[in-house]
Design a protein around this ligand. Structure first.
Ligand code: HEM
Length: 208
């Protein structure tokens, strides 16, 4: 994994800390690529059954993660605008699951640690960033499977037209908290979130 926490100033060789967003991008790039390659969402053979299993696995991760975030704070992590469970429930119902089926879905218990605001930002970076990739994925799913927002594809477009605005507002919260004393904690939480998510998807058997 690429890791960098400082940079050389071009003129005087002073070591300056990197902005937290740059640290996050560099440190999670390999994990993002790996997950992108292993998730069959862009695979030419993707079928409805596999798609449904992926949405079930996403539900099994987001529900306990959302509870963890809500339990930690009532601040931006529990922002009503950023709730993703209603979209997942709508998709699961549209894909044919009953309330009882949904109740029986397994939930992930191996979650990233969350005991500081710095860690919350790292977790949110991963889950909010995924809404950007969702914009690419929703088009693929619509094209390949004929699934859109009203018949099982709401989650991939969870913020709809608000995607850009919500991402920018998250980046502002990240920039406001940017501090060399805490940035590594944020990066570690983001890496842990990718690791936990990949492990969960692996366990549920949906990865290539
Ligand atoms: C097949 C699956 C995926 C594809 C094709 C994909 C694709 C993309 C694309 C194209 C972007 C950049 C969007 C932009 O700049 O407007 C992006 C950003 C991002 N994605 Fe994914 N993604 C996938 C899965 C995921 C997953 C599962 C996660 C995490 C759970 C994730 C986390 C992120 C993050 C954190 C960013 C923001 C990077 C940044 O700008 O700092 N992605 N993804």
């Amino acid at each position: 994994m690429v890791e960098a926490t400082s940079r050389q100033h071009p003129s005087d060789a002073t070591v300056l800390p990197l902005p937290v967003l740059q640290m996050l991008r560099m440190s999670t790039a390999v994990q993002h690529k790996a997950l992108e390659a292993r998730l069959p969402l862009t695979h030419p053979d993707l079928d409805r059954t596999t798609y449904q299993r992926i949405i079930q696995a996403y539900y099994g991760f987001h529900v306990p993660l959302q509870r963890l975030i809500a339990g930690f704070s009532g601040t931006e992590g529990a922002d009503p605008e950023r709730q993703k469970i209603p979209a997942l429930l709508k998709d699961l119902h549209a894909l044919g699951l009953s309330d009882a089926d949904i109740q029986r879905l397994p939930l992930c218990t191996d979650l990233p640690a969350l005991s500081s605001h710095a860690q919350l930002l790292g977790i949110m970076y991963v889950m909010e960033g995924a809404t950007l990739g969702g914009q690419v994925l929703r088009r693929i799913i619509a094209h390949r499977l004929g699934i859109g927002a009203d018949n099982g594809g709401e989650f991939l477009d969870v913020y709809g037209r608000e995607t850009g605005r919500l991402w920018k507002s998250f980046l502002k919260s990240l920039a406001d908290a940017d501090h060399p004393d805490y940035n590594q904690e944020t990066v570690d939480a983001a890496c842990a979130t990718f690791t936990c998510f990949e492990r969960w998807l692996e366990r549920t058997g949906v990865l290539l």
